[in-house]
Ligand binder design. Structure first.
Ligand code: SF4
Length: 335
């Protein structure tokens, strides 16, 4: 009996990767979805985890969700191909995704990899020379099928061997989504998300905080949690050793509390006064405790300008009464 051809597809809830799956699946190939996330892209990370079942239903394929945070952190710290316009190591990230897909390909006995990439859609990783380079570096040349732009790219092994029909692949190019939307209509695809741009690393706010973290702390000592912390609150670096994060609203407060950063001290107004939750990483002495507490006082609106009793807990517990941080310092410390 002839062996059934199988493929591993990198998928998200975005339209392009969903279309790529449909195109290949419609050619009778067994497709195994692979969805990769990382915890410091929190909104997407959570959304992705919650949407796997919907995605499986919509595409009619199994989808494996893998958290690549630890592996990804290494290339965020040391990107061989550098960063994009912000701290986004897109080329190394794509290489890593394909390497993980290759491992899954071996595990499932699949014959090739499918991605929803569109030539010219993204400035860093989806230009033709970069695509060729990525295929070469991963050693997967000929084994990565990009159904949306396949007609603009060299023929792949699955096309040469007749596993898939080249005539049923496409020549989409650039940032316009018109062609994709038409195809989605044809396939009856509904559950896709609007284009979200890049991940957290492509945003100026996150990148500014990340580069400050890199300049203040040895990279070897930076963990995934430290990058998760960059997603929330107002960030302050009063000294090279001290990072204080103050929640801006209820969502921030809940998120900061749930992170449980190792070795950090947590701060909040004492005496049941409502105000921000804050985290201080790198506290060395009482002055650092006072500095963190003064920022909590500064952002406790009802007590603006007045001294406040602030509770702290973690490796040390106590209550300290402080004046709100001076506006000049707040400005100078804020990142
Ligand atoms: S935008 Fe973020 S997730 Fe996407 S390739 Fe670039 S670094 Fe990776």
């Amino acid at each position: 009996m002839q062996k059934k051809v199988k493929a591993v597809a990198l998928v998200s809830s975005g339209l392009d990767s969903m279309l790529a799956v449909k195109i290949i699946k419609n050619q009778g190939i067994d497709v195994y979805g692979l969805s990769l996330t990382f915890r410091f892209d929190s909104v997407r990370h959570r959304k992705r985890a919650n949407k796997i079942n919907e995605l499986e239903k919509e595409l009619g394929i199994p989808v494996r969700l893998i958290d690549k945070s630890e592996k990804f952190l290494e290339i965020v710290k040391y990107p061989k191909h550098g960063y994009g316009s912000e701290m986004n190591p897109c080329i190394d990230c794509r290489i890593q995704m394909l390497q993980i897909a290759e491992e899954y390909m071996k595990e499932t006995g699949a014959d090739f990899i499918v991605t929803g990439e569109v030539v010219g859609q993204r400035p860093m990783s989806q230009q033709k020379p970069t695509i060729y380079h990525i295929d070469k570096v991963t050693g997967l040349r000929g084994l990565i099928v990009r159904p949306l732009s396949a007609k603009l790219l060299p023929e792949t092994i699955p096309e040469q061997k007749g596993w898939i029909n080249s005539e049923e692949l496409f020549d989409f190019h650039g940032r316009s989504r018109k062609d994709q939307l038409e195809l989605a209509k044809k396939f009856g695809l509904k559950g896709f998300e609007p284009p979200a741009g890049g991940c957290s690393l492509t945003t100026p706010d996150f990148s500014r905080r990340l580069s400050e973290l890199f300049s203040n702390r040895e990279k070897e000592n930076i963990r995934v949690q430290d990058l998760e912390l960059l997603l929330y609150g107002r960030h302050f670096w009063p000294y090279k050793h001290l990072n204080i994060v103050v929640g801006r609203d209820e969502n921030d407060n809940i998120a900061l509390e749930s992170l449980k950063i190792k070795g950090a001290l947590a701060f909040m107004p004492a005496d049941d006064i409502s105000g921000p939750f804050a985290i201080a990483v790198g506290v060395k002495n009482n002055d650092d405790i006072k500095t963190a507490a003064s920022l909590v006082a500064r952002y406790t609106n009802r007590y603006k300008g007045k001294s406040l009793r602030v509770e702290f807990f973690g490796l040390e517990n106590g209550i300290i009464e402080v004046e709100p941080a001076d506006e000049k310092n707040v400005k100078a410390w804020r990142i």
